[in-house]
Design a protein around this ligand. Structure first.
Ligand code: PA5
Length: 397
């Protein structure tokens, strides 16, 4: 179960009349959202696709000891952040999933090559456009490594391409070499692609993706509250609260906040508007940014993600440590609110696959509504192209 409280520690910042007036437009906004072409993520996934993904994952696990997932942005953060949430902190499983493609660091890529040289690995390269630089560079380097070790025929077993069904360089590559492929549907953009093969294949290596699919669609029930969250954020923005700080109390949730930052940043940060997303991991960051939040420039509001129960029963002074962690969370909410920081709360009873999958759908809905409330297109990211053009020109000199 997931509970939401956007009122208790925010009410003094929200004008009730303004809230009611914007909230009363909920049905109009839902219709507006559904009218966008890029809402394939709100439609059902085909059971055949889920079976194909499971089959492919089983084949990978049966034959290799490592999968390298190559992708960036929306083609990586969904499955990466999800798996970080459920991975053990000290993991000694024999099968590993390595995420690459997010850096042009030569040190990293050289060390990765050395590491993989001794491994029996395969690759899943994921890019909707098929032309993203970081992904292309990493893919070429690792494909060269595979080529040095195996025949062209064997590469067909070891390379899986997830990309657009009909266009792009990776699509061409798959056609020419007859590599295995999965599609990213035309009507789903990167950061909204959680429930596609782009994320489900890497996740199927370690999780039951039926639970993910079920939890995700459970999130449909949260559409009203997702709109309430978007309205609350929008009204806080009107009060000069232009930064949203996502606060988590478990180190393993930090990658999830990276997913949130990308989702909200790319969805609503355009045309000179939007709320800047940031994140802090507590209690660590209470000893760094906590001072600013409590007493600094009042440009922030915070969204706390709380987990009620834990299956770790470690105690300190005869009290469950998890309970102490949550006491700190509740105290921080009160302290920050008293310091002029509105605090919104999302509480999962358990940190489990179903709850997190529902929450992912909830956040995707809220981000899209938030963009609509700012009158910007939720599904494009034209600003990202600007640096790419500069790089292209610089490389051509
Ligand atoms: O959310 C998005 O659309 C972006 O973050 C993309 O996922 C990212 O730029 C990677 O693009 P691609 O999948 O085309 O490689």
């Amino acid at each position: 179960m997931i509970k939401f409280d956007f009122k208790t520690y925010a009410k003094s910042f929200i004008n009730e009349e303004e809230f009611n007036s914007l909230y009363s437009r909920k049905n109009e906004m839902i219709e507006k959202l559904k009218s966008y072409e890029m809402t394939g993520w709100m439609k059902p996934i085909s059971p055949e696709l889920v079976s194909d993904i499971k089959r492919c994952a089983k084949n990978i696990k049966d034959n290799y000891d490592c999968l390298v997932v190559i992708g960036i942005g929306g083609s990586f953060l969904g499955s990466y952040s999800f798996s970080k949430l459920f991975q053990k902190y000290f993991d000694d499983r024999s099968f590993s999933v390595i995420y690459a493609g997010t850096t042009l660091s030569s040190k990293y890529l050289e060390e990765l090559q050395h590491h993989l040289d001794k491994k029996n690995f395969c690759i899943n390269v994921i890019s909707k456009s098929g032309s993203t630089m970081e992904t292309t560079v990493t893919y070429q380097i690792l494909k060269d490594l595979l080529r040095r070790k195996y025949s062209e025929e064997e590469l067909k077993n070891r390379i899986i391409i997830t990309t657009d069904k009909a266009t792009g360089p990776l699509h061409e590559e798959a056609m020419v070499h007859n590599y295995q492929t999965f599609d990213i549907p035309e009507n789903i953009g990167g950061r909204y692609s959680f429930l596609t093969a782009a994320h489900l294949l890497p996740l199927a290596l370690n999780y039951n993706i039926d639970d993910i699919v079920e939890g995700y669609y459970e999130g449909e029930r949260l559409i009203d509250i997702a709109y309430e969250y978007a309205v609350t954020r929008r009204l806080l923005f009107n009060q000069r609260k232009v930064v949203e700080n996502f606060c988590v109390y478990e180190e393993s949730m930090s990658a999830f906040t990276e997913w949130l930052k990308q989702l909200f940043g790319e969805t609503e940060g355009k045309d000179g508007v939007g709320i800047l997303p940031m994140s802090t991991i507590h209690t660590r960051d209470l000893h760094s940014l906590g001072q600013f939040v409590q007493e600094g420039n009042k440009i922030l509001f915070e969204t706390f993600i709380k987990v009620t129960n834990s299956d770790s029963f470690i105690e300190y002074n005869k009290q469950e440590l998890h309970r102490i962690n949550n006491i700190v969370l509740d105290s921080v909410v009160k302290a920050h609110y008293s310091g002029g920081v509105p605090c919104l709360e999302i509480e999962m009873t358990e940190l489990d696959i179903e709850n997190v999958s529902s929450l992912i759908y909830f956040f995707m809905l809220s981000a899209a509504f938030s963009a609509i409330l700012f009158n910007v297109d939720p599904f494009n990211q034209p600003g990202v192209e600007v640096y790419k053009k500069e790089v292209k020109q610089a490389l051509e000199k």
